[in-house]
Each structure stands twice: as structure tokens, then as C-alpha cells.
Design a protein around this ligand. Structure first.
Ligand code: CP
Length: 311
């Protein structure tokens, strides 16, 4: 298989390619720490086209490219700072940009936009988040983090907590975790933010056990991974609707007392109020280590994709 575009975690049909990505990420980390990284991507250009804001995804992709000796062209707020403001379509923009780039990293507010971009691009497109759709590279770094923290990717009880309706990291993650054995999901959400039907159907098809729960307290002592998400303000029609749901789940010192001693707490970040800062000091809080792993995973992905090697 040749890893070309990364649009959805549904592209990964078994765990063998995931393992190759993770082992390359391990190598990237050890070489980066030893200051012995070769210029694998010299003379290669990554274009980062972000129509939605980002801290982690854009900066870690850009850092990854620079660390591997490549170059970066980037636009944040692409809806304002590219010719989109003059009415240029996404497909026209991508056709043009793909003539200047070796790889395009795209974040866009519309579900399905990454696939549309890939269909017209001359170079690989990496989906860095398409609205409420998917965020596949986040899922890769999430699973890599679970493996690093817990030493296994099988036999896990995982609570996905918060905005399961709009959370694209959740959608990508549960598809990818469904490739592993003995996974049980607790889907913890208020009724209005429950996981869309298409993803529940996917879990049923894969014979993955899941339980829908509203009260996070019920699962704290049962889980190996507590994966928190923020309620996605930008996806709500009114501020009032958001305000009603924004503080449904808050992990604080009291919740830590109930949480399984060996569990890890993850979050794709940014967090708003769903994890209080006092939790950061607890060794189970893995979310900052998780964000750092994004750098190594994205280094591995850029190398594999730009090299265009068979994996
Ligand atoms: N996790 C994540 O996608 O963060 P950013 O929105 O900051 O890129």
C-alpha cells in the first residue's frame, strides 16, 4: 500500500501500517532528541492551508517539516488571507496550490472538504480537520499516546466524553481503535451531543461493545482511558444553546479521587473548562505529552507520504 492522501481513518484497514507509522515516530523522537535528524525532506515544500484556527495541528506540522529539512508555506484564516475572499472556490485554490507544493495540509470548516480537495490535487492532501467530519492525524497521535502510556492497544475500556456529535477527533479515533481487540467504549455525552448514528453503526458492524452514558461519574473507576473533549462552541447555532451544555462535564480534583489509579486522561485540546488546571499536576494527565507526540507522528507521516514509498 502507498500512503498518499490521509482523509479518513477508514483508510486504515488493519493495524500493520499503524505500527509502521508508530515505529517511525519512535525513531523521529530519538533522533530529534539526539540532534541527529537527517534532512530527509530537503527541497520539499509543505503548504498549510487553514480556514479554521489551530495551535497544535498547524504548528506541529510546520515544526515537523522544518525539523526534517523541508520548507513551509502557510496561511491561517485562509478564508480571508487567500483569494477565497474574492470568491475563489476550494477546488480552484487546491488545483493552484498543488502546483507549488509537495504536500498540502488542509483544515476547512466543511465536512467532506478534504476528500473534495484530494480529488483535484496533484499532490498528497492531509486532512487536518474537516468541520464535524474527521481529524485523522489527531487519531494517529492519540493511539500512539495510548500505546506509549499504557503499553498496549488491546483490552482497553475507553470513555469518550463531551461533544461526541461535533467532535471530529472522536469520530476518527473510534474508527481507528475499532481495529484493535477487546475494546469497550463508554460514550459519555448529554442527549443533545450524542455520537452520530453513522459511527454507532460502524461500531456495531465491527462488533465493538459500547454503552451510552450521561453521567461521567459512573465510569471513572472503570476506564483505562478518559478521553475528554470540549463542547464545540463554533458548531452551535446560538450562544444560548452552547451555554446550556458547555459545563456538562468538568474533571477536577474530586473526580480524580474516583478515577481508576492506572487510567490516563487525554484531551485533543484546546480545553476550555472541562479539565481544571489543578488536574495538570496529576501523573495521569497525559494531554500535554499527547500534544508533543503529535510532532513525532507528523514527522513520520510527512516522511512516508513525501517519499511515496510502499509501506
Ligand atoms: N487538537 C487540535 O486539533 O488542536 P488545534 O485545533 O489547536 O490544531
Amino acid at each position: 500500500m502507498i500512503l498518499r492522501h490521509i482523509i479518513s481513518t477508514k483508510q486504515f484497514l488493519d493495524t500493520s501500517l499503524l505500527d509502521k507509522i508508530f515505529r517511525l515516530a519512535d525513531k523521529m523522537e530519538s533522533r530529534e532528541k539526539a540532534n541527529t535528524l537527517p534532512n530527509y525532506l530537503r527541497n520539499k515544500i509543505m503548504v498549510a492551508v487553514f480556514y479554521e484556527p489551530s495551535t497544535r495541528t498547524r504548528f506541529s506540522f510546520e515544526a515537523a517539516m522544518y525539523k526534517l529539512g523541508g520548507e513551509v508555506i502557510t496561511t491561517e484564516s485562509a478564508g480571508h488571507f487567500s483569494s477565497a475572499i474574492k470568491g475563489e472556490s476550494l477546488t480552484d485554490s487546491i488545483k493552484i496550490i498543488s502546483g507549488y507544493a509537495d504536500v498540502i495540509v488542509l483544515r476547512h470548516p466543511t465536512k467532506g472538504s478534504a476528500k473534495i480537495a484530494a480529488d483535484v490535487s496533484e499532490v498528497p492532501v492531509i486532512n487536518a480537520g474537516d468541520g464535524t467530519g474527521e481529524h485523522p492525524t489527531q487519531a494517529l497521535l492519540d493511539i500512539y499516546t495510548i500505546e506509549k502510556e499504557l503499553g498496549r492497544l488491546e483490552n482497553l475500556n475507553i470513555a469518550l466524553v463531551g461533544d461526541l456529535l461535533n467532535g471530529r477527533t472522536i469520530h476518527s479515533l473510534l474508527i481507528l481503535l475499532s481495529l484493535y481487540k477487546k475494546i469497550k467504549f463508554y460514550l459519555v455525552a448529554p442527549k443533545k451531543l450524542q455520537l452520530p448514528k453513522e459511527y454507532k453503526e460502524h461500531l456495531k458492524k465491527k462488533k465493538i461493545t459500547f454503552e451510552e452514558v450521561e453521567d461521567v461519574q459512573q465510569v471513572l473507576d472503570k476506564v483505562d482511558v478518559l478521553y475528554m473533549t470540549r463542547v464545540q462552541k463554533e458548531r452551535f447555532k446560538t450562544e444560548h444553546e452552547y451555554n446550556q451544555l458547555k459545563s456538562f462535564y468538568v474533571i477536577d480534583k474530586a473526580a480524580l479521587k474516583k478515577l481508576n489509579k492506572k487510567a490516563i486522561i487525554m484531551h485533543p485540546l484546546p480545553r476550555v473548562i472541562e479539565i481544571t488546571p489543578e488536574v495538570d499536576k496529576d501523573k495521569r494527565a497525559a494531554y500535554f505529552r499527547q500534544a508533543k507526540n503529535g510532532l513525532y507522528i507528523r514527522m513520520a507521516l510527512l516522511k512516508m507520504i513525501i517519499d511515496g514509498l510502499k509501506h
